[in-house]
Design a protein around this ligand. Structure first.
Ligand code: FAD
Length: 488
């Protein structure tokens, strides 16, 4: 029945190019209905955080405009995906539905929808638009999933076989104007009272075209990435993470572009290799989540759940969230996060170590804060990142690695420029003291206009003490004991 339309359901793939499901829908020759469902009602769905809502709003706007420019319309619905998609199929009499696969807990929802559709005689076709190699194709020798990155990465590179870039549709069929669509504004994804988003909008531009520009610009300046990626004071990284999170660009296109830059001899192979391995870490996180869908709530190594985590004092937790711990690199990172919705990877590790090791708070508390404040908040990467630092995850940093915030600052922000830009009240300090202001003499502090405890806090905890305490608690937990109540 050539006149019956086919439906393409956008999810974490908000792009027209290199979207194989969309290309297949368009290639079917049937009129294509394009839909996005804001699903905050399905059981088990974790509502996205405030910064991600901001991003989603802009990304859908950009996608809607691109679709409209090609004669089509993006239909917006809100509710449980299972109900809304069924409604759309009935309303449009669609004969087929296509979507890009998901790998976290949401795949249970997708399985139920697929069963419903198939039972109702509607064809379902699903595609990979989000990973380099899907978890089902990545089985370790034991028959289970991989638990360590290096063999995973080796196997991935051996198995990778990207399908050709799917060309974006040139023109869309007009959609029946009577088909109901929510107004994007009615979803209230953009913050009001207060609208805190201006500094995020200065730092990022959501949307597929902006993502492609970002990739191009980054590949043009990738020289030195293998080293500079660790330096928050330099602009050495791609900042593609929110674009990848929302699927405004897919990892396959990023891979192809990086390889092309290498082949054209526009980039050092070592920098390209390092960059591609970061995409590998992204795949690895999704692989872990696929095999442990509870990973964003529970320790991947479940024995750590019983550890004597401390409930942080409300004042300490606020100091961490607001960038007032008295450790300049931690405070700079937390302020960068609050202002821009993004934080440099090295500083994510330092701030996460501070919360989980120095304050001994459960990593879940930090994961939830990042979930709300990151524009790239991602169920797989966020949980894997936190658990890597906390030492509770697969192939995690060993529990006895406790980042020393001052040394980390001195190594990766040697002149203190990153701290100066986010903690301006310390800007006048000489580099020697910028990461340890409490060691500066009274005249040095006075000359820099710093009054500890007044213009900038003293450290909320002594790092040497906190390190010893963490080693004790973690060491015991690793052996399966709990010291609950005995620790102080
Ligand atoms: P680049 O260095 O340019 O890397 C390119 C891409 O590779 C990134 O865009 C990202 O998609 C991927 N990537 C890079 N590093 C990692 C990594 N360590 N793990 C997985 N993928 C990676 N990343 C998220 O996308 N969402 C999160 O919610 C998230 N939470 C994190 C929480 C903690 C505590 C930690 C330590 C890391 C977290 N990361 C998260 C990983 C990493 O910090 C970001 O992906 C990276 O900083 C994004 O910057 P970029 O795009 O400039 O990275």
């Amino acid at each position: 029945m050539p006149d019956r339309p086919t439906l393409f359901w956008f999810r974490d793939d908000l792009r027209l190019a290199d979207n194989p499901g969309l290309a297949a829908a368009q290639g079917s020759g049937q009129p294509v209905i394009l839909a996005y469902i804001l699903d905050d009602l399905s059981p088990g769905v974790r509502p996205i955080g405030a910064a991600s809502r901001w991003w989603l709003d802009k990304s859908l706007r950009a996608l809607g405009e691109r679709i409209a420019a090609k004669g089509g319309r993006l239909i917006l619905r809100r509710g449980a995906a299972r109900t809304e998609l069924a409604n759309l199929v009935v309303e449009t009499n669609a004969s087929a539905v296509r979507w890009s696969r998901r790998y976290g807990p949401a795949r249970e929802i997708d399985a139920r929808i697929e069963a419903d559709m198939t039972a109702g005689g509607v064809r379902v076709e699903t595609f990979n638009a989000s990973l380099l190699v899907e978890p089902v194709q990545m089985t370790a020798a034991s028959g289970a999933g991989y638990k360590v990155f290096t063999p995973f990465w080796r196997a991935l590179q051996a198995r990778i076989d990207l399908s050709p870039h799917a060309i974006e549709p040139g023109k869309f069929a007009t959609t029946d104007p009577s088909l109901r669509s929510d107004a994007l504004d009615s979803w209230e994804l953009h913050p009001v009272n207060p609208d805190w988003s201006a500094s995020i909008a200065e730092a990022f531009e959501p949307g597929e075209l902006a993502a492609r520009r970002r990739l191009r610009t980054f590949l043009g300046t990738i020289d030195g990435y293998a080293e500079s990626r660790n330096r928050p004071d330099l602009s050495g990284v791609s900042r593609l993470s929110p674009h990848l999170r929302f699927g405004e660009i897919g990892p396959a296109d990023v891979w192809r572009a990086a390889k092309a830059a290498e082949e054209a001899e526009n980039a050092d192979p070592a920098d390209i290799a390092k960059f591609l391995s970061e995409l590998g870490w992204r795949d690895f996180s999704h692989h872990l989540l696929y095999h442990d869908p509870e990973m964003s709530r529970l320790c991947w190594r479940r024995d750590f759940e019983d550890m004597a985590w401390r409930t942080p004092a409300p004042a300490d937790l606020s100091a961490w969230k607001e960038g007032r711990t008295g450790y300049p690199i931690v405070d700079a990172g937390m302020r960068q996060l609050w202002a821009t919705g993004w934080m440099h990877n090295r500083v994510r590790m330092i701030t996460a170590s501070f919360l989980t090791k120095d304050l001994l708070a459960h990593w879940r508390i930090g994961e939830e804060w990042f979930w709300d404040t990151l524009v790239d908040a991602d169920e797989a990467n966020n949980a894997a990142g936190w658990q890597w630092v906390a030492g509770t995850g697969a192939d995690a940093s060993p529990y006895f690695r406790v980042f020393n915030p001052s040394l980390q600052g001195e190594t990766f922000d040697p002149e203190g420029e990153y701290v100066r830009s986010w903690v301006p009240e310390l800007a006048g300090l000489p580099s020697k003291f910028i990461h340890r202001p409490w060691e500066a003499s009274a005249p040095v502090l006075a000359q820099a206009g710093v009054e500890l405890g007044a213009t900038y806090p003293r450290p909320i905890i002594d790092h040497a003490f906190a390190r010893r305490r963490a080693l004790g608690v973690y060491g015991v937990a690793g052996k399966g004991f709990s010291l609950e109540g005995k620790l102080h």
